[in-house]
Ligand binder design. Sequence first.
Ligand code: CTP
Ligand code: MG
Length: 230
Amino acid sequence: MDAAAVALVPAAGRGERLGGRHPKALVQVHGVPLVVHAVRGLLNAGCVRRVVVAAPSSYVDTMRAALADGGAKALVVPGGADRTESVRLALAAALGESPDISIVLVHDAARAFTPPELVCAVTAAVAAGAPAVVPVLPVADTVKRVDANEIVTATVDRADLRAVQTPQGFALDVLRRAYEADGDTTGSHTDDAGLVERIGVPVSTVPGHPAALKITTPFDLAVAEAVFGR
Ligand code: CTP
Ligand code: MG
């Protein structure tokens, strides 16, 4: 098995919770768009040989230019209406380009400051034989279930709960079967491992990292500006 991975980067979201005028992946931290930070991080990790980015369909050229400006080499393709569709399209483009892929990572552009060690830990776990791998963190807050009126109905034991990050890593065949089984009409999923669980393939975990946070809100963006160097 080729121990270097091909990474799919869904970057086609609008970033509604961030509230900007431009897609979130083009929002800048220290003058560099998030998607450029994300692709650079993957390529510099040393265990990724190719990156395919799914861009908002009306921003494909803009994203190509931003990546070229930032010296971040990637194939850019139009994404879809939801994250699942964007990953599906990026996977098809990756396979069209190089059918000999053995390990696929799926990594949110919004997790632009993921440490290279985490990228390679996920890749190595797949190379060592795990069919599907996700980085996880313990849940720090107390977790409660609420009803439609936001009234608490239960306190959930957090000991066996994990918050899940990306990159998520897969043996190619597993990710392909998961997406084929999903068809193209069953709606969006918030992660790719969820589709793999549905075809009965075990998903293993590696320790995640706080720096792999998903930049979702203006607060997260402020944290990224403050924490991550130029
Ligand atoms: N994504 C995508 N295609 C979509 C929707 C989302 O490729 N149609 C990507 C986003 O660009 C992001 C990742 O999936 O890198 C995780 O999604 P999220 O953080 O929810 O980003 P957005 O959907 O852009 O943000 P929001 O939900 O606030 O609009
Ligand atoms: Mg979203």
